[in-house]
Design a protein around this ligand. Structure first.
Ligand SMILES: Nc1ncnc2c1ncn2[C@@H]1O[C@H](COP(=O)(O)OP(=O)(O)OP(=O)(O)O)[C@@H](O)[C@H]1O
Length: 258
């Protein structure tokens, strides 16, 4: 792993009116590293992900990101257009509900091709060939390329969302409960697929999950959140096998995990 962090959060906080979303979160993510954010429902995981991906505006603190030219940029200083470009090219965002991350009335090939066009691809034949290649990578048969995702199962939709996000070879991918809401057997296959792609492409990933098995399988490091704060952080195996905090011990013994 590179010695320079790809993303740095410092003192991040977010209030929703009087309600605390998260508070004083500092973390770093290195290139090629998978960081899991775990905690029970309401602990602030989605809020933190929203802040890191600039979908939410922090009440306190800042997020910096290392651009492709090596410059570390405070994301709040980028223009809306620069942030959009980052989101379309250098970042991926995989949502729990694929319908929120796909264009449901656009063909599978179009969903993948659109991201390529955003990074400058223009040749129709090449875009279609690359889209076909990516459908194969996510185990969607090539003869479904002209179907729109409304005709797909939940698992297929999620795999299509993954193809759409990864086709531009992003350096950082945000994932919000990517296997939530799917059958257990579908989840297991999807996790295998995600794990393979993340490692083949050397992606950095920040994944939010309440499922410690997902964190165990995918992540190198994890942060445990409780009531909006990070209460424990460390190598995934260390945290899960030898949790320091009583709350993490409860989580691990699955008393709170359901
Ligand atoms: N839009 C909002 N308006 C007001 N309060 C909010 C909003 N979004 C989140 N919150 C509050 O912020 C806190 C953290 O919520 P958040 O959704 O980040 O937790 P979470 O760990 O992602 O939960 P879950 O796993 O259930 O999605 C909760 O108390 C929640 O009620």
């Amino acid at each position: 792993m590179s010695e320079h962090p790809l993303l740095i959060a410092e003192g991040l906080g977010k209030n929703y009116g009087a309600r605390l979303g998260c508070r004083d979160v500092s973390l770093e993510v290195y290139p090629g590293e998978v960081l899991a954010v775990v905690g029970e429902s309401g602990s602030g995981k989605s809020t933190l992900l929203g802040l890191l991906s600039t979908e939410l505006t922090p009440t306190a603190g800042r997020v910096s990101y290392r651009l492709r030219d090596g410059r570390l940029a405070d994301l709040s200083t980028l223009s809306a257009a620069e942030r959009r470009l980052l989101m379309r090219t250098d970042w991926g965002l995989i949502r729990q509900n694929p319908a929120d991350g796909l264009r449901m009335a656009v063909s599978a090939g179009g969903n993948v091709g659109e991201r390529l066009m955003a990074v400058g691809w223009r040749h129709y034949g090449q875009i279609r060939a690359e889209a076909l290649d990516w459908l194969a990578k996510v185990e969607i048969a090539g003869d479904r390329i002209d179907d729109d995702p409304r005709a797909f199962s939940g698992g297929m939709r999620q795999r299509l969302q993954i193809a759409r996000n990864l086709v531009t070879r992003p350096r950082l991918v945000f994932m919000d409960e990517p296997t939530g809401g799917l059958d257990v057997s579908v989840q297991a296959r999807l996790l295998d697929l995600i794990r393979g792609l993340v490692s083949d492409l050397g992606l950095a990933v920040i994944i939010v999950t309440h499922d410690l098995a997902v964190a165990r399988l995918l992540s190198h490091r994890m942060v445990v959140m409780r009531q909006g704060r990070v209460i424990e952080t460390g190598l995934t195996d260390q945290v899960l096998d030898d949790p320091r905090e009583p709350y993490t011990q409860l989580l691990v013994s699955s008393v709170l995990a359901a």
